[in-house]
Design a protein around this ligand. Structure first.
Ligand SMILES: O=C[C@H](O)[C@H](O)[C@H](O)COP(=O)(O)O
Length: 215
């Protein structure tokens, strides 16, 4: 599994343009991408990071962390996912970084998603769907999410980099990810939902092989 993640992350280097600013996601797969970037000093100008965790790793590897407001739009965003369907729609946010990830994905021309093949599914939803919420809205949002047929569970003790909380929605079978993303986005108190469907990945690399999207 770890080797599969590493192979995918290293393959993503093919998409990096010399001297560019690269958007960098969060998690155990992207960690390998950061390692690979660190072995090529001078390849990129710097990175826009999706989390405090990735910012720390980038700095440890000698890569400058830059501000999206100054650098965007970006040519490339590289990130992992918790699940990926055949349309390249994703569930993300297992590491609670979904909101900043979504912002960088939206501000990037190409989103390359790196994962191990076990995360490829026919229908999204086996992995509980993360929803970042404003803390005072937690119970309200949970009641609204019940209407979609899933069971929201508070990820107690987790505070996002934005100071918010996470609800994980269990038991969904997401046959129309675009519609569900839009509906959840409309609940007052939701900051972001970890469904990446309106803006799916452009390229998917699984176990080091480009399985969807063009090079
Ligand atoms: O919030 C975390 C991110 O969405 C990650 O990209 C996702 O959870 C996948 O992480 P990992 O590569 O550790 O499986």
């Amino acid at each position: 599994m770890e080797n599969a993640k590493r192979l995918s992350a290293e393959r993503a280097l093919e998409f990096v343009e010399k001297g560019s600013v690269v958007g960098v996601g969060t998690g155990s797969t992207v960690r390998w991408f950061i390692e690979a970037l660190g072995r090529e000093p001078g390849l990129i100008k710097g990175a826009v990071s999706s989390s405090e965790q990735s910012s720390a790793l980038l700095r440890q590897r000698g890569i400058e962390v830059l501000d999206l407001n100054a650098e965007g739009p970006l040519g490339l965003y590289v990130d992992g996912a918790d699940e990926c369907d055949p349309q390249r729609c994703l569930i993300k946010g297992g590491g609670a970084a979904l909101t900043r990830e979504k912002i960088i994905a939206a501000a990037s021309e190409r989103f390359v998603c790196v994962l191990d093949a076990s995360k490829r599914v026919a229908v999204l939803g086996r992995f509980p769907l993360p929803v970042e919420v404003i803390p005072m809205a937690r119970s309200h949002v949970a009641r609204e999410l019940l209407k979609f047929g899933g069971q929201p569970v508070w990820r107690d003790g987790v505070v996002t980099d934005n100071g918010n909380w996470i609800l994980d929605v269990h038991g969904l079978s997401i046959t129309d990810p675009v519609a569900l993303e839009a509906r959840i986005n409309q609940i007052v108190g939701v900051v972001a939902v970890g469904l990446f469907a309106a803006r799916p990945a452009d390229v998917v690399i699984a176990d080091g092989v480009v399985v969807a999207g063009s090079v």
